[in-house]
Design a protein. Structure first.
Length: 87
């Protein structure tokens, strides 16, 4: 049973639709694993933020926030590594 609830932003769902189908499947598997362990090996906390982390999935990055008190993992962005940190 998942210990954290997963929440997607609507803008993130749009990001996901732009990816190749094969990459979407890989991202979904990795994001689902965040519900069991929101801080997997290889995840990094982003500088200048309190709750924001990232995981790598091939050439793509998943940026997410962890709200430990309410047990929520919110996926903020899924983009190619060259674009993910741009506003």
């Amino acid at each position: 049973m998942a210990s954290f609830n997963l929440r997607w932003r609507s803008s993130t769902e749009k990001d996901l639709r732009k990816l190749p189908l094969r990459e979407i499947q890989r991202v979904l598997v990795e994001v689902e694993l965040l519900t069991e362990n929101p801080f997997p090996h290889g995840s990094e906390k982003l500088a200048g933020t309190e709750h924001t982390h990232r995981i790598r999935v091939g050439d793509y990055r998943v940026i997410y926030e962890v709200f430990a008190g309410s047990k929520i993992v919110e996926v903020q962005r899924v983009r190619h590594r060259k674009d993910v940190y741009r506003k």
